[in-house]
Ligand binder design. Structure first.
Ligand SMILES: [Zn+2]
Length: 78
């Protein structure tokens, strides 16, 4: 309870994630999964993040999201 309150005021470190969940078809409309088709949930605050299976990492910042999209289009162009 106290931890939740502190998270709300100071922000969450998102240090613990659920196991990655992969969605198919229309379920990909969940925003966090729309990028990679896979997402993880922060066990502390419940926020959802896109997850990159290939790199095995969580995409948790706008900069990483940009990198992912850039890498993806580079792959498709090759
Ligand atoms: Zn969190």
């Amino acid at each position: 309870m106290m931890t939740k309150l502190i998270d709300a005021f100071l922000g969450c470190w998102h240090s613990r994630y659920s196991f990655p969940v992969t969605l198919r078809g229309s379920a990909r409309r969940i925003q966090a999964a729309s990028l990679t088709g896979t997402y993880v949930v922060c066990l502390d605050c419940g926020k959802e993040f896109p997850y990159d299976w290939q790199e095995m990492r969580v995409i948790d910042s706008p900069a990483e999201r940009r990198d992912y999209v850039a890498a993806l289009s580079a792959k498709q162009a090759a």
